[in-house]
Ligand binder design. Structure first.
Ligand code: BTN
Length: 327
């Protein structure tokens, strides 16, 4: 990714659809007019569409619909994203890549983002469908020194914060299905979270927060996912810019982590939980040590375990597993 390209795109984003003069750009960026023209040609070849407006300059009409490092960088600069972002066209899994880099001693925090994954991983040993290039496959790598019992509240907090961010920016009210599923208003899965940690005695040494978020309208879901999965564009009917959204999500994810680390989250947690949790008051079934447990969800306890009241009035605490909603 070239810093000059990113500065050029930043100028177009600032102009917000208005013409940008080639002369002005050349002066501001300290390069020749010909150099600007050459860079615009390169960007055109990468999917950007610029039109020329006589005597006024160029207008940015269209941007690539897949994750693009220059565009992502320009949006991140505008949003003042303050941590390094590693962009990859393809990787096995962004969580695995983050894990390898942490193991090699890379300084944290950092973000790994990929256009597609060849072996995207979900919870409980599942695969995460990752071939569509207009989605978010993101990992935030941290060395947090927090206690393991804070991992579940952390994952819940991050899921709620993403729901909040999407509602604030796009006006779509998603729901959090404990512990890590983010669902569309019609109950289809739009995003999933995979939090992975390496423990050192009794503290967390490395922590990777992985997020898969479906965005684009065309999704090549395999047959078994078609009826249960969706994307933000499908749920909202809006045209969404994956690069702008990714930069916003990166910023939100990092800010939410900082709020968690600095204990600035608990007062907001209650409010967000009341707004986005979709299980409280519902009858669910969950496997507990291989046995199905059915009962009414009564919220969560202080460490984030799900409280289920069974038909004989007993409260069962569930710390992990897959919840099935009973119709
Ligand atoms: C789930 O719902 O089971 C969790 C899915 C998490 C998928 C994301 S995509 C980015 C990161 N890399 C992975 O391999 N998995 C997570």
């Amino acid at each position: 990714m070239s810093a000059l390209d990113s500065s050029i795109i930043c100028a177009f984003l600032e102009a917000d659809g208005q013409p940008v003069s080639g002369d002005r750009l050349a002066k501001d960026l300290g390069v020749s007019r010909v150099a600007i023209w050459g860079r615009l040609e390169k960007l055109r070849a990468a999917g950007f569409i610029f039109t020329a407006s006589p005597r006024k300059g160029y207008i940015l009409k269209e941007v690539p619909q897949v994750l693009h490092p220059t565009l992502l960088d320009a949006h991140s600069r505008r949003l003042k994203v303050s941590l390094p972002i590693e962009y990859l066209e393809s990787v096995d899994s962004t969580n695995s890549e983050a894990e390898r880099q942490l193991a090699n001693g890379r300084e944290a925090p950092f973000i790994v983002l990929a256009q597609s994954q060849t072996a995207g991983r979900g919870r409980l040993g599942r695969k995460w469908h990752s071939t569509d290039k207009g989605n978010i496959y993101l990992s935030l790598a941290l060395r947090p020194f927090i206690l393991p019992e804070r991992l579940k509240p952390f994952t819940l907090w991050m899921g709620l914060a993403i729901c909040r961010y999407i509602e604030d920016t796009l006006g779509i009210k998603l729901g959090l299905k404990w512990p890590n599923d983010i669902l569309s208003p019609d109950g289809k899965k739009i995003a999933g979270i995979l939090t992975e940690a390496r423990l050192d005695a009794d503290t967390v040494r490395d922590l990777i927060f992985g997020l898969g978020l479906n965005i684009s309208p065309q999704q090549d879901f395999p047959a078994d996912l078609k009826s249960i999965a969706s994307s933000l564009a499908q749920a909202s009917g809006q045209h969404l810019d994956v690069n702008a959204l990714t930069a916003g999500i990166v910023k939100n994810v990092f800010t939410s982590w900082e709020e968690f680390k600095e204990d600035r989250w608990a007062h907001l947690f209650k409010e967000y939980w009341a707004r986005y949790d979709i299980l409280t008051g519902k009858v669910v079934t969950i496997q507990l040590r291989g046995e199905p447990v059915t009962g009414m969800v009564e919220g969560i306890d202080e460490v984030g375990s799900l409280r289920i009241k069974t038909s004989d009035g007993k409260i069962v605490l569930i710390s992990s597993g897959e919840v099935t909603l009973r119709s």
